[in-house]
Ligand binder design. Structure first.
Ligand SMILES: Nc1ncnc2c1ncn2[C@@H]1O[C@H](COP(=O)(O)OP(=O)(O)OP(=O)(O)O)[C@@H](O)[C@H]1O
Ligand SMILES: [Mg+2]
Length: 251
């Protein structure tokens, strides 16, 4: 299997000294649909920010076998589309059109190509017609959709999504899951949404206190309730612990 991303012995502390990642080793293969789960503060977002050079340290991170350098940063960010957990970190233009057009413009697409890329990306996230709106005057769920469009417009090879379904209404959530399922790209998704994991992912990594504590196939990990509970998690709605499943309100 061809490697998309390889991380070896990655540790990271924020400038204020807060440790966030501790000796992380992870290889993601082309075509993987990988979920990253774990409690609040586990380091999921911090890890994702290393995948396109937003955070970096001297440790070993390889994207399609190359280290991230000043020289290839733009190319890395085209190939690895990253959607932040908080849309306000991603949207900065006056209009939705400008936000979604930013990547394609930066890559030198022609005006007609930019328009087409923006129209296609907005249609995919169900936001056609919002081009002239201000991203800052949209609801949180609408902004989440726009942030996803900002990477779709560049046709990334790897989609790195941080909590993509948080704040989406149920219809929007399942539309997004369907959209992602149909896209033949490598996916890395940090999430607390185990329905999304079951529906979309084939592999799961559990992160806790900056360390990878489990890495395996979805079917096994999401059924391992003692493992999940040891790391502050619970099973997906269909699979809950014995104490919970005894409740008459369930089933
Ligand atoms: N900018 C920052 N400066 C200092 N510490 C930070 C910063 N961002 C995150 N941290 C700390 O780094 C650790 C990992 O945080 P991170 O945001 O990666 O967790 P997470 O797994 O994404 O959590 P969540 O599920 O809440 O999104 C936490 O201890 C957090 O307090
Ligand atoms: Mg996070």
């Amino acid at each position: 299997m061809e490697e998309a991303i390889r991380i070896e012995n990655l540790s990271y502390a924020y400038p204020d000294g807060q440790p966030a990642l501790n000796d992380v080793n992870l290889t993601v293969y082309k075509g993987d649909s990988l979920a990253m789960i774990g409690p609040n503060g586990a380091g999921k977002s911090t890890l994702l920010l290393h995948l396109n050079g937003i955070l970096s340290s001297n440790d070993y991170v390889r994207i399609f076998s190359e280290a991230i350098t000043d020289k290839n940063l733009k190319e890395v960010r085209r190939r690895i589309g990253l959607v932040f957990q908080n849309p306000d970190d991603q949207l900065f233009s006056a209009t939705v059109f400008d936000d979604v057009a930013f990547g394609p413009l930066n890559l030198g697409y022609s005006e007609a190509e930019v328009r087409q890329a923006v129209a296609d990306a907005l249609a995919k996230v169900g936001m056609s017609g919002f081009e002239r709106r201000s991203s800052h005057h949209l609801s949180l769920g609408e902004r989440k959709r726009i942030t996803i469009a900002t990477i779709l417009s560049m046709s990334p090879e790897v989609m790195v999504l941080d909590e993509p379904t948080s704040n989406l209404d149920p219809r929007g959530k399942w539309q997004l899951i369907e959209l992602l399922r149909e896209m033949p790209v490598t996916k890395i998704i940090a999430t607390h949404d185990l329905e999304l994991v079951e529906a979309l992912c084939d592999r799961v990594v559990i992160l806790d206190k900056g360390r990878i504590v489990a890495d395996g196939v979805v079917k096994e990990i999401l059924h391992d309730l003692p493992l999940l509970e040891a790391h502050g998690l619970s099973g997906p709605p269909g699979i809950r612990s014995a104490s919970e499943s005894g409740s008459p309100s369930r089933g």
